[in-house]
Design a protein around this ligand. Structure first.
Ligand SMILES: Nc1ncnc2c1ncn2[C@@H]1O[C@H](COP(=O)(O)OP(=O)(O)OP(=O)(O)O)[C@@H](O)[C@H]1O
Ligand SMILES: [Mg+2]
Length: 308
């Protein structure tokens, strides 16, 4: 089983355009890691460098304490590129057997795994269907199956959820979860932040070629210091809020009051103050969503010219 990937100050420029400007991060095995960032942030470039299909101009990639040199060091990895690469005229089944055999599986094992994967993706009845006669979402699922055809321990997927319906999203999520629980290292990029928040243990967020946020989803949400207290109050009196320095009203509609509570203020003291003025019908402490963290991290990064 793998310990994890370490990406150390990876740099890449396409001509004058700097796509990666010293990305550093760690991707542990046995967990799901989401790679996030706005369009053009450098996610695909980073994944291609991780895979060794694109050389880095600087920096290093390590796996299990060993520095990776060339594409042969990643031969056993599973990769789903953002631009899809299936053979349109080949049948779904033949395609998966082909990818399994490319990675050195004997024909019988490649065939068995291909059947299992198509079943897992609910494409079992499409074994003999030409790839170009599958719907877009089905082709997407087949592409994922192609990345997993040889049972890789390291799986890198570039936007595997794009274009999938909610049922397929659930299926794919469960599949990736099973791989991570089995000890695989799974890194995928996505723009669906709600999904990443629910699914991933860890995230790496890049913006303009740099890591702007990385760590566990729960830790980052808790550490942001942007807690909100939601109160449903019988009383319309709000004067007590002023007593807390740094506590600000986000919204105040009818009996529903939302406040930001900075780290130095104990939210239970705020709740006590509210209770002293009348009954509290409902309350809750909310952490910022991953979307909010994303927007804050991306807009907080200093505006930089990325052209050298
Ligand atoms: N082959 C290429 N030649 C020149 N520039 C490129 C090439 N590939 C990517 N870039 C540039 O590198 C930067 C990062 O692109 P990249 O594809 O890595 O972004 P991304 O984070 O994957 O974006 P998206 O969310 O849109 O997929 C962009 O400015 C892009 O224009
Ligand atoms: Mg991309």
């Amino acid at each position: 089983m793998s310990d994890g990937l370490r990406v150390d100050r990876v740099v890449h420029a396409f001509g004058d355009r700097v796509a990666l400007d010293g990305v550093t991060c760690e991707v542990p095995a046995g967990r799901l890691t989401g790679l996030l960032g706005p369009n053009g942030a450098g996610k695909t470039t980073l994944m291609r460098i991780l895979l060794g299909v694109l050389p880095a101009d600087g920096g290093e990639v390590w796996l299990d304490g060993r520095r990776l040199e060339d594409v042969h060091d990643r031969r056993s990895w599973g990769y789903m590129p953002q631009e899809r690469g299936l053979y349109p005229a080949m049948t779904a089944g033949a395609q998966l057997v082909h990818f399994g055999r490319l990675h050195g599986l004997p024909r019988e094992e490649a065939t068995r795994r291909a059947r299992e994967l198509l079943e897992e993706l609910e494409l079992g009845d499409r074994w003999d269907e030409r790839t170009d006669r599958l719907s877009g979402g089905m082709q997407q699922r087949l592409q994922l199956a192609a990345a997993l055809a040889h049972g890789p321990e390291v799986v890198v997927l570039d936007e595997p959820f794009a274009g999938l319906d909610p049922v397929a999203v659930e299926q794919l999520s469960a599949m990736l979860r099973r791989r991570a629980d089995d000890g695989c290292l799974v890194l995928f990029s996505s723009h669906q932040l709600d999904l990443v928040q629910d699914l991933c243990e860890d995230i790496v967020m890049v913006d303009r070629g740099r890591t702007v946020l990385a760590g566990s989803v729960s830790g980052l949400r808790a550490a942001s210091g942007q807690r909100r207290l939601r109160l449903q109050l019988a009383s319309a009196q709000r004067g007590w809020v002023q007593a807390f320095e740094g506590v600000e009203v986000v919204s105040d509609h009818a009996d529903d009051l939302r406040l930001t509570v900075p780290p130095q203020v104990d939210p239970l003291r705020v709740l006590d103050a509210a209770r002293a003025c009348g009954p509290v019908l409902d309350f809750g402490l909310e952490l910022p969503t991953l979307s909010e963290l994303f927007l804050a991290a991306v807009s907080a990064a200093p505006a930089r010219e990325v052209v050298r």
